[in-house]
Design a protein around this ligand. Structure first.
Ligand SMILES: Cc1cc2nc3c(=O)[nH]c(=O)nc-3n(C[C@H](O)[C@H](O)[C@H](O)COP(=O)(O)OP(=O)(O)OC[C@H]3O[C@@H](n4cnc5c(N)ncnc54)[C@H](O)[C@@H]3O)c2cc1C
Length: 450
């Protein structure tokens, strides 16, 4: 899951969204610390727990910046359950080579509860634009290798616990097992990039967050059916496929991923999976299920993301956007911002860092850049995904070319789309009238059923 087929991003015109530095998720930012103790004869030591996009990006930035870096990954050969869609800008920003991409999606369809289908992208995407889709095992192993090549020490180990220090300069102790034998490592700074079940978050008592559950089947299709999906992704909305999210058919290297997610009714996830299989049955019939996977998706940033000299990034911090379920780019980006922030605060690994440094150089930068995006997508998910009439209105709006262009500009390039004020106002009015009309029609349909 990744692409937000909603009018959401179109609303991100800077003149419509106020930027605020205040974060409900973070604490007050400490003043800049210029008195960090030097580390004579050694470099700052950092442990990054988790070798997904978040951890590898953090480790690469740390190691390249002169910090002695240890990247822990428990299972380098397995694949994270994921749709594998990334925004176009990630290719350049993170120097992802093109040969890692399995598919370039240029067409999208969004299908409403009443099976109204809107083509999204065919007309609006420019000739050089697409949504790259890749396998996570390929991306993750590439990013880990690159972190290693920049000097990070990759440790194939399961981290079992993190002991907190007794003073502001004492070390953290990382307990880990390698081939069932126990080891420890002492470090100055810890980055928790260990995903939705983060042990690092538990060790600093970062509190829980609400999670959605995502369920996905990898289905190998007969050639003619795979041909249909070769550059096409589909998104289905409706009570039959999810009470609060969307279901998808995404093309992968030689198969499709068919899945759905929900936060409201996790116990019914298999019923919703049957729903998406039913809706897409003519297109996937004859396919063979080759893998079934499920994984939690965080619903919002954690209340605590920095504590002492520990920072959480990626899914461990809760950086998956609502509406789209997109997290790969935000994981990598948070890792890079955090890693570069530590390099800056430690003057290239020559000084100790403090909690204030992590808050200033990482949390504040992250929140300034992205917190409004999370809040706004949260609001849109509530408005458009919560009922069938809201979903009908969503699909109707997605037919609007301006909505499509603004959505692509914001999704593909992760920049606030510079909207046209007149078109923005038109779109807000259109949204309201679609919502009202679909609600009226929905109520009449309900009445007819009685
Ligand atoms: C079904 C599904 C589909 C999705 N589709 C998309 C999509 O198409 N596009 C998109 O952008 N996002 C998608 N997401 C979200 C995306 O997968 C995550 O946001 C992203 O993987 C977060 O990266 P991360 O590095 O923070 O965490 P993860 O990718 O979860 O990586 C954490 C790493 O830490 C390791 N680890 C965990 N605990 C330990 C430990 N104790 N010791 C050592 N290592 C440990 C794990 O093995 C793992 O490699 C999807 C999610 C799901 C569940």
């Amino acid at each position: 899951m990744a692409f937000s087929l909603s009018p959401s991003y179109a609303y991100f015109s800077p003149h419509l969204i106020p930027k605020t530095n205040k974060s409900r998720y973070s604490f007050v930012i400490a003043a800049s610390s210029t008195t960090n103790a030097p580390l004579p004869g050694r470099k700052l030591r950092a442990a990054v727990i988790g070798g997904g996009p978040a951890g590898s990006s953090a480790a690469e930035a740390l190691a390249a910046g002169g910090v002695e870096t240890f990247l822990f990954e428990r299972s380098p050969s397995t694949a994270k359950p994921c749709g594998g869609a990334i925004p176009l800008c990630m290719l350049e920003e993170f120097s992802i080579p093109l040969h890692l991409i399995d598919r370039h999606v240029t067409k999208m369809k969004i299908i409403s509860p009443s099976n109204l289908t809107v083509d999204f992208g065919a007309k609006t995407l420019k000739s050089h634009e697409s949504i790259p889709m890749l396998r996570r095992e390929v991306l993750d192993s590439f990013l880990r290798s690159r972190a290693q090549s920049r000097g990070a020490n990759l440790i194939h180990a399961l981290v079992t616990a993190v002991d907190l220090p007794a003073s502001s300069s004492a070390p953290y102790i990382i307990h880990h097992t390698i081939n069932n034998s126990r080891h420890t490592l002492t470090v100055d700074v810890v980055i928790g990039a260990d995903g939705a079940h983060s042990r690092v978050a538990k060790s600093i008592k970062a509190g829980d967050y609400a999670c959605a559950i995502a369920f996905q089947e990898r289905i190998k299709l007969p050639d003619d059916k795979m041909e249909y999906y070769k550059d096409l992704a589909e998104m289905y909305v409706g009570n039959d496929v999810s009470p609060d999210f969307y279901a998808w058919v995404f093309p992968k290297c030689d198969h499709v991923a068919v899945g759905t997610g929900t936060v409201r009714s996790k116990k019914d996830i298999k019923q919703y999976q049957r729903g998406i299989r039913e809706r897409a049955k003519h297109k996937i019939n004859g396919g063979k299920v080759i893998k079934v996977e499920a994984h939690p998706i965080p619903e919002h940033p954690r209340a605590v993301r920095v504590q002492g000299r520990v920072a959480l990034i990626g899914d461990a911090a809760g950086y998956v956007t609502k509406c789209s379920g997109e997290g790969i780019y935000f994981a990598a980006k948070s890792g890079r911002i955090c890693g570069e922030g530590i390099v800056k605060a430690s003057e290239g690994g020559r000084r100790m860092v403090s909690e204030g440094d992590l808050r200033r150089e990482y949390l504040r930068k992250w929140d300034d850049e992205y917190l409004n995006t999370y809040r706004f997508l949260d609001l849109l998910q509530k408005v458009f995904y919560g009922s069938n009439w809201g979903r009908e209105a969503l699909v109707e709006l997605c037919g609007d070319e301006y909505v499509q262009r603004m959505t692509f500009d914001s999704y593909l390039y992760k920049k606030l789309a510079e909207g046209n004020r007149f078109e923005d106002v038109k779109m807000v009015l259109k949204s309201v009238s679609s919502l009202v009309r679909c609600k009226i029609v929905g109520n009449e349909m309900e009445a007819l059923k009685l």
